[in-house]
Design a protein around this ligand. Structure first.
Ligand code: NAG
Ligand code: NAG
Ligand code: NAG
Length: 471
């Protein structure tokens, strides 16, 4: 028993944070594709190589070859992974009005992705609800919970299902133990600014029947009981951003709860924004959540009283290069992050040239926080050391290469293009012929119909034209 407790506290273990897969089975890399990489009559005239593995910085979702290669890579990762935090949005966007998403399609996409992930790893999978994983975009409802539970339950043992079921069916959130920590999967959609069904939270969550406040009560009580048992927590959810993505009172309560339990929350992971951003939780008169951003990094070096940290993840959908993160936890400490990214330009080029792409080379590791930032661990103390170092470096060398490292990590090694290449509507030769033929047929049909109509009229006797009632 003693040895078991010791092992729990002292052995390091790895997890993955994967977010915003947005698998689109309708994706095509054909030139006859629209802005969403769906089939179209119009020729899009890609300037470069066909985007077989995805089109960076576009409105297009993730093609099947990208999703498959991602899971093949994960299956071949030589690291032992104990948990996967899957922070939402597995299904495709509903952006293309020419092919609206159907409800059955959403289930199918979520189910396919879930089955693929669980086939690629023995790790415990912990999903959260994304705003595109629901029946109606931007809000969750009872039927979402039962549908998602039915799809997700293959990921868990019967005991785990029993533990997750009551709170998930009540509000789309749950907690589960993984190794040395308890993971709390929160339903951010209840606090989400785009949620048109729910209003803002109450200023006192304990007095309120707003679903978001009921969830806050669960969050507060769960953290309080973990604290009483000397346990640590990791929070995972879908949306977070510094320009608030939560309604204002919901945000205030959220900030206050995670602030006041920050000494046991070792880290938090969110998706939605498709960017790797670090947030520091600070305490002055009240708690605050401050992003570390390149353009504010010098200002950020003045951040004081750091009590906590959390992160949004780079996405699989090619906003920048597809990317996910591997983290290491030892006991009650977050040791480090390593980012894995796929160089889409190179991969698409290799595919064009018919070069073989080894599944274990699809992604490359980079931005190891213990090397790139020299952080011995990821916690408030080391962030302070990091900020002091950045401050000194800027004083000494001006805006140095250090910031470029930071920026490159934030964007998965690929800064999105300043201006997305505008797709021009140009007809290809084939489309032009199709249009000429179709137009000719319609024209001929019209001639025939008009002729027949004229002959009919001639054969009819005249009837008086009815008077218009307005006159
Ligand atoms: C992707 O993987 C699925 C499931 O393993 C398989 O059925 C499908 O044929 C694969 N598609 C491609 C394009 O590799
Ligand atoms: C929690 O830790 C404190 C101090 O280390 C100790 O006194 C207390 O007994 C522990 N509580 C539990 C439930 O293990
Ligand atoms: C995992 O290990 C095998 C055998 O040593 C190696 O061939 C493969 O490239 C490794 N995979 C990754 C992703 O590094």
């Amino acid at each position: 028993m003693k040895i078991l407790v010791f092992a729990k506290i002292c052995l390091a273990w790895n997890f993955l944070h994967i977010t915003d897969i947005h698998w689109d089975p309708l994706y095509t890399d054909s030139n006859l594709a629209n802005d969403y990489c769906h089939s179209s009559l119009f020729d899009n005239h890609y300037k470069g190589v066909k985007p077989y593995f995805g089109k960076i910085g576009s409105e297009c979702d993730s093609p099947t070859p990208l999703v498959n290669s991602t899971f093949s890579f994960i299956a071949g990762l030589n690291q032992s992974i104990k948990a996967v935090f899957l922070t939402g949005d597995l299904a495709r966007h509903d952006r293309d009005s020419s092919i609206p998403r159907t409800s059955g399609e959403i289930s199918d996409q979520i189910k396919t992705v879930i089955n693929q992930i669980s086939g690629s790893t023995n790790a415990l999978l912990l999903p959260t609800i994304g705003n595109w994983d629901t029946y109606q975009i931007g809000y969750t409802f009872q039927r979402d919970y039962s549908r998602l539970f039915d799809i997700w339950k293959v990921l868990w043992s019967e005991t785990q299902q029993g533990q997750i079921f009551p709170t998930f069916m009540a509000g789309g959130y749950y907690s589960l133990d993984v190794k040395s920590v308890t993971v709390l999967s929160v339903n951010t959609i209840d606090w989400f600014i785009d949620n048109k069904v729910l209003g803002d939270c109450h200023s006192n969550f304990e007095m309120s029947s707003h679903p978001g406040d009921i969830q806050f009560k669960w969050l507060h009580d769960t953290l309080a009981s973990l604290k009483a048992n000397n346990k640590s927590a990791v929070l995972i959810g879908h949306t977070y951003k510094s320009e608030p993505l939560y309604k204002s009172k919901c945000l205030a309560t959220f900030t206050n709860i995670i602030g006041s339990f920050s000494n046991l929350i070792i880290s938090q992971y969110y998706g939605h924004v498709n960017l790797d951003v670090t947030y520091l939780v600070t305490k002055k008169d009240k708690y605050e959540i401050i992003p570390l951003r390149k353009q504010e990094l010098l200002k950020s070096t003045k951040i004081k009283n750091i009590v906590g940290q959390f992160f949004t993840g780079p996405s699989i959908i090619p906003f920048s290069n597809p990317s996910f993160r591997l983290g290491t936890i030892k006991g009650h400490k977050l040791v480090k992050h390593v980012q894995y990214y796929a160089d889409l330009d190179e991969l698409n080029n290799n595919h064009k040239d018919g070069l073989p792409i080894a599944s274990d080379q699809f992604y490359s590791p980079t931005c190891d926080t213990s090397e790139a930032y020299q952080l011995k661990s990821l916690d408030p103390k080391w962030w302070k050391v990091f900020l002091d170092t950045v401050h000194d470096q800027i004083e000494q060398y001006g805006y140095s290469a250090f910031l470029d490292t930071y920026r490159a990590c934030e964007h998965s090694q690929k800064i999105p293009p300043e201006e997305n290449e505008k797709s021009k509507l140009v007809f290809s030769a084939d489309t032009l012929w199709a249009i000429i033929i179709v137009t000719s047929i319609i024209f001929l049909a019209c001639v025939v119909v008009t002729y027949e109509y004229g002959r009919n009229l001639e054969n009819q006797s005249y009837s008086p034209i009815p008077e218009s009632p307005e006159d």
